[in-house]
Design a protein around this ligand. Structure first.
Ligand SMILES: [Zn+2]
Ligand SMILES: [Zn+2]
Length: 256
């Protein structure tokens, strides 16, 4: 059992630790020393922008002594024993992801380049269709709804008037119904939350149900494209001729 009195005073009035406390202290000292020695032995593989963590020096955990107690805990300064020094702002981060303006800009440029490169590759191998041979919809950037050719022509006109160059192609799209309601499936699923053999006890061959399903399917058909979502396909619709036509149109308007 620990003695409640921890300290004794010698003749000179200096505080002295009890034997037990000395042992505790020595133990902690030994651990502290060991921790320091371990820290000094760590050899990290560091890239140019990496430094050992300023807190744990690469150990990933730290030795804490507080109120006569001690423990190890995970280093909160780092994840991997290293810190990443941002080459733009010098900030030391836990990962190589810095949130400074320059880093954000650098990431977005890199991302745009990757997207462009991917797009160029995709276009190279794409099946190409002239816009006059395509009667599907188009997906335009910054627009939530699909567009038809007239909308695309308007969009091209706007771009040209603003001095921007429209693309030479747009991706063809294909539509797919977003959902289709099957009453039998819904009832079956709902029965899963009920009691055993619930579905079997229901009259699912009722003409009422058949009628309801028929009405729902009819309603779905009535909704047409509004019930569909569109995806870009790997076919490219070449709109270059359309762009040139509109460009000429604008030029002739301006020359009047
Ligand atoms: Zn650390
Ligand atoms: Zn930075």
């Amino acid at each position: 059992m620990r003695r409640p009195c921890k300290y004794l005073y010698d003749d000179s009035g200096h505080m002295e630790l009890t034997k037990l406390e000395r042992m505790d202290t020595m133990g902690r000292l030994a651990v502290r020393e060991l921790y320091k020695q371990m820290q000094s032995q760590i050899i990290l593989e560091l890239q140019d922008d990496e430094i050992p963590c300023t807190e744990c020096k690469g150990m990933r955990f730290i030795y804490i002594e507080k109120d006569g107690k001690s423990h190890f805990e995970y280093c909160r300064r780092c994840y991997t024993g290293k810190l990443y020094v941002c080459r733009h702002c010098g900030e030391k981060n836990k990962t190589n992801y810095c949130n400074c303006k320059e880093s954000r800009e650098e990431r977005s440029v890199k991302y745009r380049m990757q997207v462009t490169q991917k797009e160029i590759e995709a276009f190279k191998t794409a099946k190409k269709i002239h816009y006059k041979d395509y009667d599907g919809k188009f997906i335009l950037k910054d627009s939530d709804y699909v567009k038809d050719l007239d909308d695309v022509a308007e969009w091209i006109k706007d771009l040209l008037r603003e001095g921007e160059e429209p693309p030479e192609y747009l991706w063809a799209t294909e539509k797919e119904p977003c959902f289709s309601i099957n009453l039998y499936d819904i009832i079956y699923d709902k029965c899963e939350d009920g009691y055993e053999y619930m579905y079997e006890r229901l009259n699912t061959s009722s003409p009422l149900l058949k009628q309801a399903q028929k009405l729902i399917t009819q309603w779905e058909e009535e909704q047409g494209d509004s019930l569909c979502v569109y995806h870009e396909t790997s076919k490219a619709v070449i709109i270059k001729d359309l762009v040139e036509e509109i460009r000429k149109e604008i030029q002739s308007e301006q020359s009047i």
